[in-house]
Design a protein around this ligand. Structure first.
Ligand SMILES: Cc1ncc(COP(=O)(O)O)c(C=O)c1O
Length: 364
């Protein structure tokens, strides 16, 4: 069986060194906000050429803290794509703010920047672009809009570690870059982990306090914060894995090219490859087809696992019926027609060629 993902294989070359460093680390007896978190924050900020990074517990908290730091008035509106993973929208709701959904482009599945301006009202405070599936949104246009309407930008970079727009890395355009290191991400930890990139010193200080009970000084709570600290043992692993991110992304890009060149079945539409303006690090390789269920079944019968990202659009999720209204046909269409093919660092080129071969034999 070609599994959709094989994390053991993805991480296997790093594990021996990790175990040896972990045993050293354990001898130190310092488990919370220690030297590994500090080192990762420096390494991750340097990788992005930004001054500051704050390690947090997960990607959802990175988004929540990225909003919370601005103390927006309750009920303020935040523009967000209608086709994202629920965490983006949940972060807005958790902060007492109002998500305003904008449809994606049917071409690249990213927020349709031509639709944003009509959704901006006097109570809009921020735009939350999501660099979905591995490709950066049109940040040139989003930055212009943010400037025109004096809005903050909180980038959801959970799926785009190392992706660029005009040569600039995801997470470095807006006021806040929020990352998840959930194990399946291009830069994945061994459990939950996340980080925030920020340019502004005052925001950096405040986020650092907010992730630690709002405290700058032990037992003194300047803000109402969260307990959302990046764990030392995750930071240790991330410090080892970060230098490998380039190789991981290059491998996934290589596999995407194999799909692009070898899938010839006209019943499906392949995702756009990256180009000089927008690279694509292919966190996910989503193909579009009217025959999704049949193709998924056919692939499974041929020993190929696939996934659906995501089966239900946020506005149709049961728990969100009292807060997300309206109709989002493009988003609904994509949620009903996209199928994610295997594209892991663990997959070989031969395996991907096999997937192409099976897909080309598919007839509904
Ligand atoms: C687009 C997006 N945003 C946010 C998150 C939340 O990250 P986490 O699962 O680390 O909380 C994820 C990942 O799961 C995601 O894919």
């Amino acid at each position: 069986m070609i599994q959709y993902e094989d994390l053991k294989k993805v991480n296997q070359t790093l594990i021996p060194e990790y175990i040896s460093l972990l045993s050293e680390e354990l001898q130190k007896g310092w488990y919370i906000l220690g030297s590994q978190v500090k080192a990762f924050e420096t390494n991750y900020a340097n990788y992005h050429h930004v001054p500051f990074c704050v390690g947090v517990a997960n990607g959802l908290d990175a988004l929540i803290l990225g909003l919370k730091v601005f103390d927006f008035p309750e009920g303020s509106e935040v523009v967000v794509p209608s086709n994202t993973y629920i965490a983006t929208i949940l972060s807005i709701v958790q902060c007492g703010l109002t998500p305003v959904l904008v449809e994606p482009s049917i071409k690249d599945y990213l927020i349709d920047v031509t639709q944003i301006e009509s959704k901006i009202t006097p109570t809009t405070v921020a735009i939350m672009p999501v660099h979905l599936y591995g490709k950066v949104c049109d940040m040139t246009s989003i930055l212009e809009l943010a400037k025109k309407y004096n809005l903050k930008i909180i980038e959801d970079c959970a799926q785009a570690h190392g992706a660029t727009h005009k040569g600039q890395l995801a997470g470095t355009f807006g006021d806040i870059g929020a990352f998840s290191f959930y194990p399946t991400k291009n830069l994945g930890a061994l459990g939950d982990a996340g980080a925030i990139l920020v340019n502004d010193h005052a925001l950096f200080d405040k986020i650092k306090a907010l992730r630690n009970y709002g405290s700058e000084k032990k037992y003194y709570n300047k803000y109402v914060g969260l307990n959302s600290r990046l764990d030392e043992i995750q930071a240790l692993f991330l410090n080892l894995k970060l230098p490998k991110l380039k190789e991981i992304n290059a491998h996934k890009i290589r596999l995407s090219k194999i799909y692009e060149e070898n899938i010839t079945n006209p019943l499906l539409i392949k995702p756009l490859l990256g180009d000089d303006i927008n690279t694509n690090v292919f966190h996910i390789y989503p193909i579009q087809t009217e025959h999704r269920d049949a193709l998924k079944k056919f692939l499974f019968e041929n020993n190929i696992q696939t996934e659906i990202h995501y089966p239900v659009a946020p506005h149709n999720q049961e728990g969100y019926q009292k807060m997300l209204f309206g109709s989002y046909p493009i988003s609904e269409y994509l949620h009903a027609h996209l199928l994610s093919l295997p594209i892991s660092f663990a997959h070989s080129e031969e395996e991907i060629l096999f997937v192409c071969d099976v897909i080309n034999r598919f007839k509904p």
